[in-house]
Write a protein that binds this ligand. Structure first.
Ligand code: LMR
Length: 411
């Protein structure tokens, strides 16, 4: 081997590395950015865009950032588990002010870098103590769930979405739950199911909880869209039901969407234990997981969220802005369905009005999705469409392109 220059390919330890496939969601954004088509529209990634087509910086966030700049809190490390005030306020937002589970000390919350970071920390923690368990995901689920849990666990699915009704296959779901081995981890979307937008009713959640208790399952609730279905309190129904039930569970939450703080990576992992002592022991182990992964979380976004949650004026501003985003998505759903109708689409897309959150599981085939991509319309291969990225200007292009394909290729 010569002394300088690249080593021969045969010597490189990286030579056998195969290229990974692009990420099904964020890889689509990469392809979108590369596309020179001036009319292109990205309905792939779950990001809320305002009427101008940009990611809004909420007024509450701007005001909180101005105060933080003034206060100059410094750039030192946060504790391993994050800002204590933030963690307390997040707990109250998720579990309810004065929730018994908080009073009893059975819940511990650790700041995490976004919802994905919270899931990762949760998965690493579970892997230490339940290394041989199976993780069950809804069919379908957010693509990253399988990849994330698959690094540690056997991953299987339970029936969830019924394409014939565009609704929930609750009977199929329950049949699968009663067969799950004890201490299986079951990932549940607390609201605004990603990708389908199909949620459980309150009565169905009660039934799911009953079976989880009976089978001694470990529920892991993914809660990334609080405030995007009906409102902050109503959307927390499942999370609070499970947390108060006495069944130990985990909750990963994200503020990417609800505070429009995507790039700041703000979220948290909450663990609910059987006793306060168990909760503290679990917390000590979760802190070990954090320490070896990223040491301690980034500060800025969490300080912004904490300031807003703890200040009556800022909080009111934020809640109004969140309501604005939710209501605008609901009206975009109506506009989209109307625009498809106006284009002469004969299929009934009324189900889009029933789905909740940012996404619509459109039923478009993979083939149609790939063809649309050639025309500059980016949709996830599953047919998931981000309604929250539509606006008055791009809607005619979107509806026209989809309608043209539906006329030739039925979905
Ligand atoms: C999505 O589902 O599009 C978002 O949650 C963004 C992501 O990380 O995939």
């Amino acid at each position: 081997m010569s002394e300088a220059g690249p080593v021969p390919v045969s010597e490189s330890p990286f030579a056998p590395i195969p290229a990974a496939p692009p990420d099904p969601i964020l890889g689509l954004t990469e392809a979108f950015r590369r596309d020179p088509n001036p009319h292109k529209v990205n309905l792939g990634v779950g990001v809320y865009l305002d009427a101008q087509g940009v990611v809004p910086t909420l007024h509450a966030v701007r005001a909180a950032e101005a105060r933080l700049l003034e206060a100059a809190p410094g750039k030192g490390y946060l504790p391993i588990d994050g800002d204590p005030e933030y963690n307390r306020r997040v707990q109250a937002l998720l579990l309810g002010e004065n929730a018994p589970v908080i009073r009893e000390g059975r819940a511990v919350t650790v700041q995490a870098p976004g919802g994905t970071g919270a899931l990762r920390v949760g998965a690493d923690f579970l892997h230490r103590f339940l290394p041989d368990t199976t993780v069950f995901l809804s069919a379908p689920s957010w693509e990253n769930h399988a990849a994330l849990f698959g690094t540690h666990f056997r991953v299987q699915t339970y029936p969830y979405y019924d394409p014939r009704t565009h609704g929930l296959d609750f009977a199929g779901m329950m049949e699968a739950f009663v067969r799950m081995p004890r201490h299986s981890v079951v990932v549940l979307h607390a609201c605004c199911h990603n990708p389908t937008g199909v949620d459980l009713s309150a009565a169905q959640w009660v039934e799911v909880l009953r079976v989880c208790r009976e089978r001694a399952l470990v529920p892991f609730l993914d809660f990334a869209y609080q405030g995007f279905a009906e409102g902050i309190e109503a959307d927390a129904f499942a999370v609070r039901l499970f947390a108060e039930s006495g069944l130990p569970c985990l909750i990963a939450n994200s503020f990417s969407k609800s505070f429009s703080l995507y790039g700041e990576r703000v979220g948290a992992l909450t663990l609910v234990a059987a006793t306060a002592d168990e909760a503290q022991r679990a917390l000590s182990q979760i802190k070990r997981v954090v320490r070896v992964n990223y040491s301690n979380p980034p500060a800025h976004g969490a300080l912004v969220v904490s300031l807003i949650l703890g200040d009556a004026t800022l909080r009111q501003m934020w809640e109004a802005e969140l309501t604005g985003m939710r209501e605008r998505i609901q009206s975009l759903r109506r506009d989209f369905v109307q625009a498809l109708g106006a284009q002469g689409v004969s299929q009934d897309f009324g189900f889009i009005l029933q789905q909740r959150g940012m996404f619509s599981y459109s039923g478009l085939s993979r083939e149609t999705v790939l063809q649309l991509r050639q025309e500059g319309l980016y949709i996830v291969e599953s047919g998931r469409i981000c309604i929250a990225a539509m606006n008055e200007r791009n809607l005619p292009f979107i509806a026209e392109a989809i309608a043209r394909h539906l006329r030739s290729v039925p979905c």
